[in-house]
Design a protein around this ligand. Structure first.
Ligand SMILES: C[S@@+](CC[C@H](N)C(=O)[O-])C[C@H]1O[C@@H](n2cnc3c(N)ncnc32)[C@H](O)[C@@H]1O
Length: 329
C-alpha cells in the first residue's frame, strides 16, 4: 500500500519569482494523477520542482529548472511504502494491484487493449512505458517490444517484474533506436509530460518505418483541466485537445487516421450518479481529506474493469482521454 505526506515549504514563489503565500500541501495517494492535479500549492515553482526532485531523485530537466531546484530551502519529506512487487505510486504513473488506484489503472489499460491487435506480429516501441504492464500485454502478440523510459525505478521494476520485456533507460526526445527500425510506436499518457513535444514527434518519424503507426493517448485538456491552458499537474508540461493533437501530428509529418476518445460506459455513468455526479471527484475528495476511504467507495473503485470504458469517435471534445492513430507519411 501507499502512503505519502509532505511538509509545508517555508516560502513559495510564482514562476516569475514573486512571493506566494505558502499553502498547505496534501498528497494523499492513491488517487492517480488527479491528486497531483488538485494539490494545494499548484502555482508555486518551489513546490512543483521540490516534488519532482524528491519523487524522482534526479535533477530537473532544463538548465533553468536546475537553478530553481538549487534555491530550495526546505525539502519536502516523503514517505512511500510499497511491497516488493508493486512499484511505488508517486503520481507520475499508474500501477496495477492497488485497489484505490484501480480506476486510473483501468482507464490507462483500456487503451492498450484497444490497440493490441494492431501490434500483432509487428516491431513495437513503447515510448514511456511506466510500470511495464502495457508492454507486458503487447509482448503477447507483437513480433518484438522495446521500451524506453527515463525513470530509473520504473526501468528497474520493469526488468524485475517483466524480464522478457526489453527496456532501455533514455529520453524520448533522443530515442536510443536506429532510423526506420519499428512498425509501431505506442505512447500512452506520456506526451503531456514532455518538454519538447515536437522533437518527440520528429523522433517517432525517424524511428518508424515508412507507413508505420504512431499511437498516442493523453488526457483531453478540455475535460481534464477545464478552463485552463496550463496544467495544474506538476508532471504535465502541456495538455492537448483533439484539435491540438491533430495539429501536432500533422505538423510532424503524420496523417491522422482516427481520433478517438475514452468515455465512461454505462456502469461508470451509474457510479457518477451514485457518487454525487462525479465518481472521479468523489475519489479526489476522499484522497484529499486524509480520511480512510469508505468501504463502498473502495469496493466500487476496485471493481472497475476496462469494459466499463467506451472508446468512441464522436464527441471528441467531451472525452476523458484522447487516442490518436496516426501514420508516418
Ligand atoms: C503517466 S506515465 C505513463 C506510463 C504508461 N505508458 C502507462 O500508460 O501506464 C508517464 C511515463 O513517461 C515517462 N517519461 C516522462 N517524460 C519522459 C521523457 N522525457 N523520456 C522518457 N520517459 C519519460 C515517465 O517516467 C513515466 O513512466
Amino acid at each position: 500500500m501507499v502512503g505519502l505526506g509532505a511538509s509545508v515549504p517555508d516560502r513559495c514563489i510564482w514562476a516569475d519569482g514573486t512571493p506566494k503565500r505558502p499553502d498547505r500541501i496534501v498528497w494523499n495517494l492513491p488517487a492517480g494523477k488527479y491528486s497531483i492535479a488538485t494539490h494545494h500549492c499548484s502555482g508555486c515553482v518551489i513546490c512543483v520542482y521540490q516534488v519532482m526532485r524528491d519523487f524522482h531523485h534526479r535533477p530537473a530537466r532544463r538548465p533553468e529548472d536546475n537553478h530553481r531546484v538549487n534555491v530550495l530551502q526546505n525539502p519536502v519529506t516523503l514517505a512511500v511504502m510499497t511491497d516488493d512487487t508493486t512499484l511505488a505510486l508517486t503520481g507520475e504513473r499508474t500501477v496495477p494491484g492497488i485497489p484505490e488506484e484501480n480506476y486510473w489503472f483501468r482507464r490507462h489499460e483500456v487503451a492498450y487493449e484497444f490497440i493490441l491487435e494492431r501490434c500483432r506480429g509487428r516491431d513495437v516501441l513503447e515510448a514511456g512505458s511506466g510500470e511495464g504492464y502495457g508492454a507486458n500485454l503487447l509482448s503477447t502478440v507483437a513480433g518484438s517490444v522495446t521500451c524506453v523510459d527515463y525513470d530509473e525505478s520504473a526501468v528497474a521494476h520493469t526488468r524485475a517484474r517483466y524480464p522478457h520485456v526489453r527496456i532501455e533507460q533514455g529520453n524520448l526526445i533522443d530515442l536510443p533506436l536506429p532510423d526506420a527500425s519499428v512498425d509501431v510506436v505506442v505512447n500512452f499518457q506520456v506526451i503531456e509530460h514532455l518538454w519538447d513535444q515536437d522533437k518527440f514527434i520528429a523522433e517517432c518519424a525517424r524511428v518508424l518505418r515508412p507507413g508505420g503507426e504512431l499511437l498516442i493517448s493523453t488526457p483531453n485538456r478540455i475535460t481534464f483541466s477545464p478552463g485552463r491552458d496550463t496544467p495544474l499537474n506538476p508532471f504535465h508540461t502541456r495538455e492537448l485537445s483533439g484539435a491540438e493533437m491533430t495539429e501536432l501530428l500533422v505538423g510532424g509529418g503524420f496523417t491522422v487516421d482516427r481520433m478517438l476518445g475514452v468515455h465512461h460506459g454505462p456502469r461508470l455513468t451509474q457510479l457518477d450518479d451514485k457518487w454525487g455526479g462525479s465518481f472521479i471527484d468523489a475519489q479526489i475528495q476522499r484522497a484529499l481529506s486524509g480520511e480512510p476511504w469508505p468501504t463502498d467507495l473502495t469496493a466500487d473503485v476496485a471493481g472497475i474493469t476496462t469494459a466499463d470504458f467506451s472508446i468512441l469517435e464522436p464527441d471528441i471534445d467531451a472525452s476523458l482521454d484522447l487516442l490518436a492513430i496516426a501514420r508516418r507519411s
